[in-house]
Design a protein around this ligand. Structure first.
Ligand SMILES: *[C@@H]1O[C@H](CO)[C@@H](O)[C@H](O)[C@H]1NC(C)=O
Ligand SMILES: *[C@@H]1O[C@H](CO)[C@@H](O)[C@H](O)[C@H]1NC(C)=O
Ligand SMILES: *[C@@H]1O[C@H](CO)[C@@H](O)[C@H](O)[C@H]1NC(C)=O
Ligand SMILES: *[C@@H]1O[C@H](CO)[C@@H](O)[C@H](O)[C@H]1NC(C)=O
Length: 229
């Protein structure tokens, strides 16, 4: 009897510990809006403090400028103009964000993961090759597509995805994310540009590389940021 009780208690504790993992999506709001503010004396909801609702204005839900291209003068030749909760404070608790992507010919957004959101994109101009790779459970299957203006493609949350301009002109796409703050884990930057750096010997072993190649990658990825503007 005592051991059954102990078993049940252990199970309840385990469930309690496990539950933050299953509820880590943006929860549904319980109010019309909770416009994010930087002050910390308000009400704290979904990661940000809420502005006094009587002081909320239309500008809290507004951003202008996605008609202009981002700056693609960088090693990879792309730019991402993110409009998330940091640019539109009214997005706090709403679970959505939008972005504009510009790609110079031959450029790519390198493989990355959005840890907190699925994503959908619409191509407005050019020719993109995009895709994602399924996890071990689905045999690392590559899903990919060549996209033209008017085409839409969806990327599941948490999987490695990529976008490349394979056309001869600039390409433009608009994307939306299912989180106010989807986050990004660029694979190269995360592994070779971590802060502080990981032991090059560990990375060399993990990726079947020699240590000098790892040191080279660490120099490249430490000196550049994931490109957002
Ligand atoms: C909050 O602080 C960030 C970082 O300092 C700044 O970029 C942003 O504009 C601020 N937001 C508001 C609503 O004041
Ligand atoms: C674009 O970025 C490059 C590299 O950072 C910079 O040299 C250049 O001045 C920028 N161009 C514009 C128009 O801002
Ligand atoms: C993955 O591979 C296994 C073994 O070949 C197979 O049984 C399973 O159906 C595959 N699953 C998917 C989603 O392709
Ligand atoms: C999704 O969110 C991430 C992180 O905020 C951002 O870098 C990316 O551009 C967004 N993508 C889309 C399609 O909105």
């Amino acid at each position: 009897m005592k051991s059954l009780l102990q078993f049940l208690i252990a199970k309840i504790i385990l469930l309690a510990l496990a539950s933050p993992i299953v509820t880590c999506y943006d929860p549904s709001p319980l109010q019309d809006y909770c416009v994010a503010i930087n002050d910390t004396d308000g009400v704290f909801v979904n990661g940000r403090f809420c502005k006094d609702p009587t002081l909320v204005t239309s500008d809290d839900f507004y951003f202008s400028g996605l008609n202009t291209p981002g700056n693609t003068t960088n090693r990879l030749g792309y730019s991402v103009r993110d409009v998330d909760v940091r640019r539109v404070p009214g997005l706090n608790t709403l679970g959505i964000a939008i972005a504009r992507f510009d790609f110079a010919p031959g450029s790519q957004i390198p493989p990355h993961i959005h840890p907190r959101a699925s994503q959908i994109i619409l191509v407005l101009k050019g020719k993109l090759f995009v895709g994602f790779v399924a996890s071990n459970d689905y045999n690392y299957t590559l899903f990919s597509k060549v996209l033209y203006p008017g085409d839409v493609f969806a990327f599941p949350i948490g999987l490695v995805q990529f976008h490349a301009n394979i056309g001869k002109t600039n390409a433009v796409a608009i994307g939306a994310n299912g989180s106010q703050d989807p986050g990004v884990v660029p694979i190269g930057k995360t592994l070779f540009g971590s802060n502080p750096s990981m032991d090059p010997k560990l990375l060399a072993q993990a990726f079947a590389l020699d240590v000098n190649t790892v040191r080279y990658l660490q120099r490249v990825f430490s000196s550049e940021d994931y490109i957002l503007n």
